[in-house]
Design a protein around this ligand. Structure first.
Ligand code: M6R
Length: 613
């Protein structure tokens, strides 16, 4: 989604903005722009394409200015082109504005403004907002901050905005509603950004703007916050824990590959201080006060989108098996627009890597409004979902920059496993022996993930054979059905090969018609409850000449005889197989995408955090 970065201070803004925009590239975008302010000279550069295209476009031109705003746009209203790129200006030409979000009532506002003589250049909803602020500033004779406040009072939708004014170069105004915005406070300098990644190398002190808040950043008076009702708010300054190195590629060709390889460590970090083998207990500090309510829950609802939804499906199997609580897993986008039945004794678990997904946020608000207790499982500390939920457990996977989620999935599944084990133990639905055995197995997972990662050369060899496929099928059963879905999602989103995940037995009810000698079929056929059944499904594929790439348990012989290729993973308990079996599928997708020349970290049309519905 769109990325925002802004600077006001003593230094030249341009290098800080460009560097910040590069840090935000992972969010996904199709055009970029900056506005620079020096005295009353306002300069705007913007173009379709990447940040590097913007740099080439600017090359050799003036970039002077100690105040500036920068933006990467992910098109919603109007195609990606130079004119629709941000920043946008109003009729007077005094203002420059950048925006992340959607102004839902832009059409009637635009009509009114056109009637008042404003001329629009772009197809964007954003341009309406800057014209509106401009109009109010002149008609009401108010300063920028007040004009922004009055304008936003008329706006329906989601926004994070930063505005600068040629007439008042000492001030920058930022505001948010339903789209994230962080303010960094340095020595005599201020930063604004969509997330902390462009800020962390300059300062660790940040303020997360709340919904409905407007920040006025003044070179001499500092930071002041008001809300849309004009009430003064006290900024809550927090210290960032994020390390700069976590935002670099660390020697890997892509962030995705780095993040796949980090999983041994990130799974360990998700368990750190929570899984205590010595005492034989699981402690999740973030939900401690709500444990009893969880234990007594009549039902668990799990909400998420994309990969987080797949993790939620693994959660469904885990909670039902360990804690014997009925679970429903819902796409947040569907849940929010149904009239779902939510009871006060339901526990809702909302899963989101970014903590900013608009549909998940809206679904949480709906469930909250109906009295449910909401537990968040988020990766980004301080994110919107982490703040609106009643309680929660961070995944502690570290920043995930690659658009394709990898370490976030395994971290989410790890946290769900810990939760389900803890609740199962407390409810007495999981026997002591089973609980301790699973704790030990879970503790051994990071080392086993490391062993899977060592198979990369073999996986790359297999990727080379199937890189030109047009379609692929992924099959799993029980705990590995969500892994099949996740494997298919990984392949399609970064390599653009059409891929589908299915429960292995469901193949007979349709997808089997697709199978011929050109169809690679990835099957998770590890030892466990459904092993023999999956072997039968493999035979069915084989009989139709499909190519089988099977993920099997170390030492397996039966599938080895049937499959075209096998990738062995270490043995573990059935409920923990997703944590190991997803890793080869991530690597296969990665290598196929690289071999096809795809932009793995920023796949076409995709955004890292989907802050519009
Ligand atoms: O940040 P979230 O976990 O809420 O994001 C949800 C999905 O947008 C995300 O998982 C998406 O499907 C990824 N591109 C998958 O790799």
């Amino acid at each position: 989604m769109c990325g925002i970065v802004a600077y006001l201070g003593e230094k030249q803004a341009y290098p800080i903005l460009i560097n910040g925009l590069r840090r935000l590239e992972y969010r996904g975008y199709d055009s970029a722009g900056v506005a620079l302010l020096e005295g009353d000279a306002l300069t705007i550069y913007k173009c379709q394409g990447k940040v590097s295209d913007l740099e080439s476009h600017i090359n050799g031109r003036s970039t002077v200015g100690t105040v500036g705003i920068g933006h990467t746009r992910w098109a919603t209203h109007g195609p990606p082109n130079d004119v629709n790129a941000h920043p946008h200006q109003g009729t007077s030409g005094d203002l420059a504005l950048i925006h992340n979000g959607i102004i839902e009532n832009y059409a009637p506002i635009k009509e009114e403004l056109v009637h008042r003589g404003h001329v629009f250049r772009s197809d964007t909803d954003t341009e309406v907002l800057v014209h509106l602020i401009d109009d109010i500033q002149r008609s009401e004779n108010v300063d920028l901050a007040e004009a922004v406040r009055l304008a936003l009072s008329n706006v329906v939708g989601a926004y994070a905005i930063v505005v600068i004014d040629r007439k008042d170069p000492e001030v920058m105004v930022a505001a948010r509603k339903s789209s994230p915005l962080v303010i960094g406070i340095g020595e005599g300098e201020f930063f604004c950004a969509s997330d902390a990644t462009p800020i962390v190398e300059h300062t660790k002190n940040v303020v997360y703007l709340e919904d409905g808040e407007i920040a006025v950043i003044d070179r001499t008076k500092g930071l002041k916050i008001r809300n849309i009702k004009n009430q003064v708010k006290t900024p809550f300054i927090q210290e960032l824990e994020m390390q700069l190195e976590a935002l670099e590629k660390g020697g890997y060709d892509h962030f995705m590959l780095k993040e796949i390889h980090e999983q041994s460590r990130s799974i360990r970090d998700s368990m750190r201080g929570r899984l205590n083998l010595g005492k034989g207990e699981v402690v999740l500090g973030g939900i401690k006060d709500y444990e009893q309510k969880f234990v007594n829950a009549k039902r668990i609802l799990i909400l998420g989108c994309g990969t987080s939804w797949h993790a939620g499906m693994v959660g469904e199997y885990l909670f039902e098996e360990f804690a014997r609580i009925p679970v429903e897993v819902e796409y947040a986008s569907e849940f929010r627009y149904r009239n779902p039945i939510v009871n006060e004794d339901d526990i809702v678990i909302a899963i989101s890597q970014s903590g900013e997904t608009a549909d998940t946020l809206a679904a949480i608000e709906l469930a909250k409004g109906r009295g449910a207790m909401i537990i968040g499982i988020c990766n980004v500390v301080g994110s919107s979902i982490a703040r609106v939920t009643h309680a929660g457990s961070y995944t502690h996977a570290g920043p995930e920059i690659g658009v394709a989620s990898t370490k976030a999935f395994t971290a989410q599944v790890t946290v769900l496993t810990l939760m389900a084990l803890m609740i199962g133990q407390k409810r007495g639905t999981l026997s002591g022996g089973n609980f301790y055995r699973l704790l030990n197995e879970l503790d051994a997972i990071p080392d086993k993930v490391q062993k899977v990662l060592q198979k990369e050369a073999q996986i790359k060899y297999i990727a080379d054979i199937y890189k030109d496929a047009s379609n692929a099928l992924y099959l799993g059963r029980g705990y590995t059905f969500p892994v099949a879905l996740e494997g298919a999602l990984k392949l399609k989103e970064i390599s653009y090969i059409h891929a589908e995940g299915y429960p292995a037995a469901e193949m007979k009810h349709g997808p089997i018609a697709l199978i011929d000698e050109a169809m690679p079929v990835f099957v998770i056929a590890t030892k466990g409850a459904s092993y023999e059944k999956v072997v039968s499904n493999i035979q069915e594929v084989k009989a139709r000449k499909g190519k089988i790439i099977a993920i099997v348990t170390e030492g397996d012989t039966m599938v080895k005889d049937l499959a075209d290729h096998v990738i062995e993973i270490p043995e573990t308990a059935d409920p923990l197989v997703p944590l190991l079996s997803v890793v080869p599928l991530q690597l296969i997708s990665y290598h196929i995408a690289v071999m096809r020349g795809c932009n793995v970290d920023q796949p076409r049309n995709l955004a890292k955090s989907v802050t519009v519905e």
